[in-house]
Design a protein around this ligand. Structure first.
Ligand code: GFP
Length: 799
């Protein structure tokens, strides 16, 4: 959009006066932020309205991305950037004596997601709008986002993330578009007199779902999509028998928090309720909108909408869409089924069985009696149809209802026309191993869509320093097409440019060093290698392997204080799921090891270990630009894709990684010689599984370095970790090291040595860094969403 600085300043001052009855000299940070957001909202509102109008008139097919998590982070700067007014607003505010970066700090992170899954959803939201695709999000407006992590005495403590306390200026509550969701009660079918069976209900619990819309603004175009988030409320005309406090409390719990503790029955029930809640609300709204705007036969809806099931949480989309079509819109079963399969598509994000949801049959039957009937019928019809074609074994292995449980991944695969993995290796594993039986039956449904990242946020906003160097070196087209970063290859031997890249990195390291000083009170040397591992804390991601290597360096230095090492700062950011004891023990150990090493005067600044608490999107935006190395060290086959690996690459960090997930494609693109590859391959891991011959205890007993390191967890060397140290020691030596940490240790140490050697030669290092940046184009999520649009959703971008 076009905006002059003068106009902006006038708009800002007027809004400040009308909204808060105050002026520039008196306004506080909150008022400044709310005013700015309000002005920005005013700027985009007409684009948003016009785009909605256009879609309805043209009747364009739209996609809807159903996800239990979204992780947008802060929206202010990204909205300004995408509207093309970031610089104007920054300058205008500066004229008024306001620092945009300070104002931006006021906005709380919108953290209604947990990790890669939710962040991917938000990268997609940005890319879909920026590439002009009509595609919207659908989720839950959790009152409390993912917990805030505090580290107290080295332990993770979870505090509520009450992110809505000061309001949320970006969202629009649309009370007129509320829908009702029903749970429980009884259902029976009755003939309607014309030969049709219609459901009748008794004693159902009613909940109101109210949508809150947040605009997803495209980058310098006219597309504005919608992220619709649902809030649960009590219906105004609630039946008397439900008017009690317990009911009120339960209703508000539905949209209270992400991933309620599911270690007990009530917690699990609540989670299932949440899943149905946002699925049903989203589908009802879509169907109503279609009826209202298109006025066409409901049976043609498959030409107008695509619904995406992001992981298994929204898999109830399948039976719920069937229910709505059949019960509410009078479509026959066969037509409804064909339409459902045409509309739905599903992404699998992990092969870890803990994440493939299964619900007890009884729970589904009691909570969602009509959906249960439909699921049973889908399963019955499919079994009857397939038995003669593919035989009993394949049918049995792929049934939706098995052993008293409803298998949500099976439901999602069967009820949709596309199942994709998120990196080549992962998609192949799905086809060849994990979902092989499905692949035998529906080979045409399987495909790969390698993940990507919204490069605008991950470089233009978060790394202005590097962005500036790139602009000056290769021009600005890369800001619209990330593939143009390949122009940088021409400069790989240009010492002037290499120096500039080094200086940009150094400045970002200074910025991070200041943050570490402020938050952790640790002084780090900006000349040191900044070696970073930031991601959810999970055993398969192997933060522990990183820790073992740190301990090796530490002991080496203790034994030989004059050892010539390149100073390193090891940086961690990670939240552990509140009920995941082992992961929390690892956090405790990292913090105790950090204390031990950071305060050891023998070590000085040769090694520093920093655990930054409350890792979130905003913190990632500070850390990644400053990283020299990104640790991507999961056991091969376990990390479906990874996306922080792509963010590091974009910011010129080298990857220390296994041949897992998208690392493989990163190495292909940027060259193994420009990164550090180590560890077992996927085939070697599966070979161990087949032969059952991995013996971690042997490694512990036979490798003196491993022996010493592991003993330090239990012999008091590392203070204050009596029980945690024992837990970790046992997991490796007694419970046979599920993720082959010890097996990969030696090769990891070797690769770390290579890394250190390369870093000694700054020119060679920076060349490798440049080659990573120059080859990152394909990891833009603009590319990924185009593939989804072309191959799965069949939607077209606005010209
Ligand atoms: C999951 C997978 C990752 C993958 C993301 C997005 O992330 O490998 O990159 O989904 O597809 F594990 P987490 O939620 O586990 O971080």
């Amino acid at each position: 959009m076009k905006l002059s600085k003068k106009q902006f300043k006038q708009d800002f001052e007027e809004r400040l006066a009308s909204k808060f009855a105050t002026n520039l000299t008196k306004a506080g940070h909150q008022e400044t932020y709310a005013t700015l957001a309000s002005v920005v909202k005013h700027y985009y509102s007409s684009i948003w309205t016009a785009d909605n109008q256009y879609r309805d008139e043209v009747g364009k097919k739209q996609a809807y991305y159903f996800s239990i998590e979204f992780l947008p982070g802060k929206l202010l700067k990204s909205n300004l950037l995408n509207l093309g007014i970031l610089d104007t607003v920054r300058d205008g505010l500066a004229d008024l004596g306001i620092d945009l970066d300070e104002v931006a700090k006021v906005e709380p992170d919108m953290a209604i997601g947990n990790g890669g899954l939710g962040r991917l959803a938000s990268c997609f939201m940005d890319s879909l709008a920026s590439t002009g695709f009509p595609a919207n999000g659908n989720g839950i407006r959790y009152r409390y986002g993912l917990f805030k992590q505090k580290i107290i005495d080295g332990y993770q403590v979870e505090l509520p993330d009450s992110w809505l306390d000061n309001g949320n200026p970006w969202e629009v509550r649309r009370a007129d578009k509320a829908v009702e969701i029903n749970f429980g009660g009884e259902v029976w079918l009755e003939d309607d007199g014309k030969g049709k069976l219609l459901p009748h209900y008794k004693n159902q619990e009613r909940v109101l779902a109210v949508p809150y819309d947040t605009p997803m603004i495209g980058f310098e175009n006219t597309t504005v999509n919608n992220m619709c988030l649902w809030r649960s409320e009590v219906p105004q005309d609630l039946d008397l028998k439900f008017q009690n406090l317990d009911y009120m409390r339960q209703t508000s719990m539905l949209s209270a928090e992400l991933y309620p503790d599911d270690s007990n029955y009530d917690g699990r029930l609540l989670r299932l309720k949440q899943e149905y809640f946002f699925v049903s609300a989203g589908l009802q709204r879509i169907l109503r909108h279609y009826k209202f705007t298109q006025k066409k036969d409901i049976r043609r809806i498959g030409d107008y909408i695509a619904v995406h099931i992001n992981d298994t949480h929204p898999a109830l989309c399948v039976p719920e869409f069937m229910r709505l079509l059949i019960d509410e819109y009078g479509v026959g079963w066969n037509r409804a089924w064909d339409t459902t399969v045409k509309v739905m598509s599903y992404t699998n994000h992990t092969i870890l069985s803990e994440a493939l949801e299964k619900w007890p049959e009884d729970m589904v039957k009691n909570l969602l009696p009509r959906l249960y009937q439909i699921i049973v019928e889908i399963d019955r019809r499919r079994t009857a149809e397939l038995l003669p074609k593919v035989g009993a074994t394949l049918v049995h292995n792929t049934r939706i209802i098995k052993d008293g449980q409803i298998h949500m991944a099976n439901l999602a695969i069967i009820g949709s026309h596309s199942t994709n993995g998120v990196a080549k290796l992962h998609s192949d594993l799905l086809k060849d191993v994990e979902l092989h039986d499905f692949y035998e039956i529906y080979p045409e449904r399987f495909n790969n869509k390698t993940n990507g990242i919204a490069d605008r946020r991950w470089i233009q906003i978060s790394n202005e320093r590097l962005s500036g160097v790139l602009d000056e070196t290769i021009g600005k087209t890369w800001r619209h097409n990330l593939n143009d970063l390949s122009l940088l290859k021409h400069f790989k031997d240009d010492e002037k440019i290499l120096k500039q890249l080094q200086m940009a990195k150094y400045d970002n390291k200074l910025r991070l060093a200041a943050l570490i000083q402020e938050r952790n009170g640790i002084t780090v040397n900006p000349e040191a290698i900044f070696d970073v591992q930031i991601k959810r804390l999970h055993a398969y991601k192997r933060q522990l392997l990183n820790v073992l290597h740190i301990l090796k360096l530490y002991f080496d230095l203790k034994d030989e204080p004059d050892l010539d090492v390149v100073p390193r700062v090891f940086i961690f950011g990670a939240k552990a799921a509140p009920g995941y004891h082992y992961a929390k023990s690892i956090i405790k150990c990292i913090n105790e090891i950090a204390n031990m090493i950071n305060n050891d005067s023998d070590i000085d600044d040769k090694i520093k270990v920093v655990f930054l608490e409350n890792y979130n999107v905003s913190l990632a935006e500070m850390i990644i630009p400053a990283a020299n190395v990104g640790e991507q060290i999961s056991l091969a086959s376990k990390e479906a894709s990874g996306t922080s690996n792509m963010k590091f690459m974009l910011n010129g960090a080298l990857t220390m990684g296994t041949l897992d997930g998208a690392n493989i494609e990163i190495f292909e693109a940027a060259g193994e010689e420009n990164n550090f590859v180590f560890g077992l391959t996927k085939d070697e891991v599966y070979e161990y599984y087949r032969n059952g011959n991995y013996n971690a205890r042997d490694i512990y007993e036979q490798n003196p370095i491993v022996y010493r390191i592991l003993n330090s967890f239990i012999d008091g060397t590392i203070p204050n970790i009596k029980s945690e140290g024992r837990e970790i020691f046992d997991s490796l030596t007694i419970y046979n090291d599920e993720y082959f940490v010890l097996r990969d240790f030696n090769d990891y140490v070797r690769a770390q040595k290579d890394l250190e050697n390369l870093y000694r030669n700054q020119t060679a290092w920076t060349k490798a860094s440049l080659m990573n940046i120059a080859n990152v184009g394909r990891f833009s999520s603009d590319r990924t969403v185009r593939e989804y649009a072309d191959d799965i959703w069949y939607i077209k971008a606005k010209k």
